[in-house]
Design a protein around this ligand. Structure first.
Ligand code: HDE
Length: 744
């Protein structure tokens, strides 16, 4: 015991020593300095102290005049504790307030020196540390993870040449083409200002009012109404840099580049009804999923993809590379995967890391540069500006999570919360007193030099005509979706516009949707009980197109060379793994314990996680008398928290599950949300209960093509094996059920 305490003391002493050395720059191994700094005193870190290091004797009672007397102002322990507490909150991010973060590393597969001199992209032996923050956009810090929303996907690479931030989203385009419109867009999507309703939702009048008057948002809105806006997990979504950037090589040559993140687990989503239910059952669903995956060693991985476009091809396409409402279809320029990012460590402290991290698209390293995309140019101003307020001053780069691993030397000084103790008597350049230090680096020494781009232009406030086509790529997106995805998009528009109170806004949206696809508009119009207007209204308060008669507004549409793109549909994503998927096993006393253990080990071998769900917590007894530990009771579990469900046999267990409305609801939801279901022997009774008296359904249950609909009967019997269930889980969902089975 004594030895253990000594060990703790020793470790803590060295931690404090290191922190103090870093803070003061003083070498504490120097005997004289060490004794001056009272390290022997500081070693007792297990004592509770004030912020001044004074040991606290009583942390539970304030200082009073007499046992029942008034509290004394003199009580510095009380005052310090309360004052600090009173100031614990900092402003939340104006957008992307709700987030979750993780540490990891990035490694490039092979040198990209042909295109870029960025060292972390040229040395395949280098593991560059990263910190990633995923987020929703519209909701406040405490809002649900499952809002229909864009997801932020911000990556900070701590490269040896300084920090590089790839501040991306899970959708490849944006709502607006010019940063000057960002405050309007955000005001429209945030809760309405008079009553702060609704939280974390775009389904309200101000958002759709803005969108219906901003045709440039149509492509992005198609993504937002698709299932991409309700991911199954942060670990199963793509990331996109959105803007076109530049890569620059050692010879100063430049190519254009679009950045992509491709998740190794594939791209998967939940369904809208499920998202709404998860928001009630577990508003931390995505945050918890990321945390648990890393905690259990199922490290999330993404490949970094690039689309490289030679400079000479700038004007080759039917869209403008600088327009952030356009993608470069992968059929035109394939995505090459050049490296892999692995997230393998959860943060130690949410506030210190995930909350205080500050990303900035302007943090680039030599070899990466900007283009003139007007949205990107505006972002370059915004991030530091907002962080000055959020993080309380100009020194937030000194917060541990924001510090580069590359050394920092410059003449910036002072300001709120300065941590660095700068030495010397110069803080300017040029100087002779310090021999000119710190000195500027030549390009060959790693100095950042901006790409020499030729610009010859008039100063104008306006927009290029090459940005005017707002519909063609929205149509491309819609045409690229599977039937199930199209249906979900129609349902999403119907839901969102159904929440809009002003009919004229709904009408205007139908006018725009009609430009994207006639059947889409007609279906949504039917759901809203409206007719599709003949032509779209002229976008009010708008300058596009700047010329022509506003009443004669003709939407611009440019013929696209690509009519359908496989990469845009989640139907074509990776479906070969069940790693880290959550499988519910419904059971009660009398369950067939052998089947459970068989299934559990088959699923575990593939990396999936199982949970036994029973009427009560504690233990259930199998048909052969073994005790089986229950992981969750029906009270806290729900189908929406799982990817698939297995109901083993056992007449007694089955009879008792049939009596439980929770168990019935569980299987009903799994069924309705098109998840893989496996049933053994009497387990099938639970499925039948959903359709009392529905003979067709009972008959259908015997049909051999059930597996094609994600229902696996009698595992380990009649040639059916757990492999069939595993294959079904990997499929993610069986949308075909939405067509075949009417849900009662
Ligand atoms: Fe952001 N954005 N943004 N954004 N953004 C912020 O910076 C802004 C845009 C993105 O996890 C803010 O520190 C403007 C596109 C992510 O900390 C703010 C414009 C893309 C995050 C800001 C955009 C993004 C932010 C708020 C239009 C995808 C969260 C807090 C010109 C490529 C980063 C903060 C994190 C955060 C401004 C548009 C991604 C206000 C002005 C396009 C992932 O500075």
């Amino acid at each position: 015991m004594k030895e253990r305490v000594e060990k703790i003391k020793y470790r803590k002493t060295s931690d404090i020593r290191a922190a103090d050395e870093e803070k003061t720059g003083i070498d504490s191994t120097n005997e004289k300095v060490s004794s001056l700094m009272h390290y022997t005193e500081l070693s007792a870190e297990e004592f509770l102290t004030t912020n001044q290091g004074i040991r606290v004797n009583d942390n539970h009672n304030s200082l009073k005049a007499g046992e029942r007397g008034p509290t004394l102002l003199e009580d510095f322990l009380f005052r310090e504790k309360i004052t600090h507490f009173d100031h614990e909150r900092i402003p939340e991010r104006v957008v992307h307030a709700r987030g979750a973060g993780a540490h990891g590393y990035f490694q490039v597969y092979k040198s990209m020196a042909k295109y870029t001199k960025a060292k972390f992209l040229t040395d395949p032996t280098e593991k560059t540390p990263v910190f990633v923050r995923f987020s929703t956009v519209a909701g406040s810090r405490g809002s649900t993870d499952l809002a229909r929303d864009v997801r932020g996907f911000a990556v900070k690479f701590y490269t040896k040449e300084g920090n590089y931030d790839l501040v991306a989203n899970n959708m490849p385009v944006f709502f607006i083409q010019d940063a000057i419109k960002f405050p309007d867009f955000v005001h429209a999507v945030k809760p309405e200002p008079h009553n702060e309703i609704p939280q974390a939702s775009s389904a309200h009048d101000t958002f759709w009012d803005f969108i219906s008057l901003t045709p440039e948002s149509m492509h992005m809105v198609m993504w937002l109404m698709s299932d991409r806006a309700i991911p199954r997990s942060f670990r199963m979504m793509e990331g996109f840099g959105v803007h076109t950037f530049r890569l620059i090589n050692e010879d100063g040559e430049s190519v254009f580049v679009k950045f992509h993140w491709k998740p190794l687990l594939g791209v998967h989503s939940v369904v809208w009804e499920e998202a709404q239910m998860i928001s009630g059952k577990d508003p931390d669903f995505h945050r918890r999923d990321l945390w648990k995956a890393i905690e259990t060693g199922a490290f999330p991985e993404w490949e970094l993809g690039v689309q490289i476009i030679p400079e000479d091809d700038e004007d080759k396409y039917e869209f403008d590379l600088l327009d952030p409402t356009k993608i470069v279809p992968e059929e035109l320029v394939p995505v090459q995967c050049i490296g892999k990012m692995t997230l393998n460590r959860n943060p130690d402290n949410f506030f210190a890391e995930t909350e205080q991290v500050a990303f900035h698209p302007g943090n680039v390293v030599p070899g990466i540069d900007f283009t003139n995309d007007p949205l990107l140019q505006g972002r370059l101003f915004s991030y530091i500006d907002t962080q000055l307020t959020r993080l309380g001053g100009p020194n937030f780069h000194e917060i541990p999570i924001n510090r580069p691993i590359a050394p920092v030397h410059n003449n910036q000084r002072d300001g709120h919360m300065r941590q660095t103790i700068n030495r010397g008597n110069t803080s300017y350049q040029p100087n002779t007193i310090e021999d000119g230090y710190p000195i500027q680096a030549k390009s060959v020494e790693g100095g950042f030099t901006s790409y020499t781009e030729r610009i010859e232009a008039n100063k104008i406030r306006g927009r290029s005509r090459s940005f005017f086509d707002h519909f063609s790529q929205a149509t491309l997106f819609y045409n690229s979706q599977s039937n199930a995805e199209k249906k979900h998009i129609i349902d999403a528009f119907s839901f969102e516009l159904g929440k809009v109170k002003r009919v004229e806004i709904r009408q205007r949206m139908l006018g725009l949707l009609n430009q994207v696809d006639e059947t889409l508009a007609t279906n949504v119009a039917d759901a809203l009980g409206l007719a599709v207007p003949g032509k779209p209204e002229y976008p009010m308060n708008h300058i596009i197109p700047a010329d022509g008669d506003p009443k004669e507004y003709q939407p611009v549409k440019v013929e696209q060379s690509i009519k359908r793109s496989e990469a845009l549909s989640m139907a074509n994503t990776v479906k070969n793994t069940i790693k880290s998927r959550q499988i519910a096993i419904l059971a009660a006393d009398g369950v067939d314990g052998y089947s459970i253990s068989q299934m559990k080990s088959a699923l575990a071998a593939e990396g999936a996680k199982t949970a036994i769900i029973a009427p009560t917590l504690g233990y259930i007894e199998s048909a052969t008398g073994e005790e089986i530990k229950v992981d969750m009771s029906f009270l806290t579990a729900a189908s929406v928290l799982f990817d698939a469900v297995y109901v083993p046999g056992g007449p007694k267990s089955s009879a008792s599950l049939k009596q439980s409305t929770y168990a019935i609801q569980f299987i009903y939801e799994a069924y309705k949300h098109c998840k893989a279901i496996a049933v053994d022997d009497e387990g099938v009774e639970l499925l039948k209960v959903l359709y009392p008296g529905n003979k067709t359904f009972s008959d259908t249950l015997q049909a051999t093509d059930l597996a094609a609909k994600g229902i696996i009967m009698n595992v380990n019997k009649k040639g059916v094996t757990s492999k069939d269930f595993i294959k079904a889980i990997a499929q993610h969902r069986f949308w075909i059920r939405e067509e075949f089975f009417a849900v009662v």
